[in-house]
Design a protein around this ligand. Sequence first.
Ligand code: FAD
Length: 486
Amino acid sequence: MPARTGQQYIEGLKERPPTLYMSGKRVKDPTSQAGLSGGIKTLARMYDLQHDPVIGKEMTYRSPTTGDQVGLSFLTPKTHGDLDRRHHMMRNWAKITCGMMGRTPDFLNVSLMSMAAAGKFFGQNRPEFEKNIYDYYEMVREKDLVLTHTLVNIQRNRSGAATALDDSLDVALSVVKETDEGIIVNGARVLATLPIADEIAVYPARSHRLPTGAPGRTSFAFALPCDTPGLKFQCRESFDLQRSSFDHPLGSRFEEMDALAFFDNVLVPWERVFLYGDVDMCNNMSLTTHQYLHSGHQVVTKNVVKCEFILGLANLMVQTLGSSELPQVHGMMAEIIENLEITKALLRSAEVDAELDEWGVMCPVDISLMVARQQFIKMYPRMGEILHLLGSSSLMALPTEDDFSGPLVEDIDRYLETDFSSAKERVKLFRLAWDTCCSAFGSRQILYERFFQGDRNRNVVLMNTRYDKEPMSQFVLDFLNQEELE
Ligand SMILES: Cc1cc2nc3c(=O)[nH]c(=O)nc-3n(C[C@H](O)[C@H](O)[C@H](O)COP(=O)(O)OP(=O)(O)OC[C@H]3O[C@@H](n4cnc5c(N)ncnc54)[C@H](O)[C@@H]3O)c2cc1C
């Protein structure tokens, strides 16, 4: 089947809705559910872009099995040119959301592609798992399905004395039984962003390693349809408050939702199991398959777009307030420019120095992507702070759209215009700034960037452990051992 249209994605959700619960009720039809339908419409726009008469060609490629045009994020990159094509495709999707939907389907499509390409890794103990992961990748690619994923067990006790496993053994997702049909899993996981999806992938997080000696029943990777019996998603409160795009320009469009995933003795058929019972494999899955390099490529591509959006927004804010020539404003604008250019440069170096890995896949460079990720954890909250400092009271002097047809409209028009903007244009812009850095939607963006791909503290350990520092130590030793100059 060729790449889906937006309507086909919506119909898929209607026919087989994920088992979502929100605000104390079961969601019957997510596509018409207040608080979810805005994000679904935006995802549908992305799928429609695959059929756009101009950009559509950049968004798809020819399926190696069916010859149909399928989504380009499924492409197995073999050359630098392939990575470049994928970059453009992912950038086109990120621009639709101003970088505000982190979990657009390309994030998991590229992950799944890399796992399938590294199929031999999965097949090393159980040869059938190699076929399982490849068949699953092909099925998702050909049906153009949307995936969510959940990797981390819910916090129960993260004290130093507790191991990553002990702290949550009674609630952690684990295999409770094996049957002829498959494995039965029980427990909970946090979080599944984008539960408005067709399928859920469950695999180990690179950041949360299982301790040595952990029981095999805690190590697995599998995938299931989101309407599988026993699987339930508890959504958080929606930040799409059903207001107009004037009042809540981001929340009304880009609510991707986050959900807890509860597994109540769920059967995972054997053909959907990719890894089971091997703690070392579980801990090394992401690093060995290079899955994190491909999802990292999507993340940093999205982050460049997000920086561009923040820079454009900040520039319009200071132009509107006439503050652009103040020395401290130059300083803050320069900081955003630096963030954008550093992120772009790291993305570029990750792509230019990309190499084929042992699975024959062109992989962006590990350290460039890791640094970009670590920097963004600091950059994004700071950019939110800069928007606060640039906007100050204008971020609260915010009548709603209705107020522009209310009894105070003459006062609003008179007192809220600036020397550079009408009152309505100013309010429209600053409502966008508010939704970026002050609203519940905006705060969640900051939390997301801090944590969605592992926390900074664990990530620095990973980076420092893996970085080869020996050549630099040798450099210093050579210097220390130099003979005195004549
Ligand atoms: C908005 C949002 C969306 C998300 N979406 C997804 C998703 O779609 N799929 C998914 O799988 N996950 C998702 N996550 C979860 C994310 O992967 C985790 O939040 C992240 O890995 C941190 O894990 P944790 O929340 O359990 O925090 P913890 O692991 O408890 O860490 C909390 C803090 O304590 C410190 N800490 C605790 N224990 C240790 C330790 N042993 N060593 C070092 N430091 C420690 C950490 O540094 C951190 O600062 C999402 C999170 C957020 C906030």
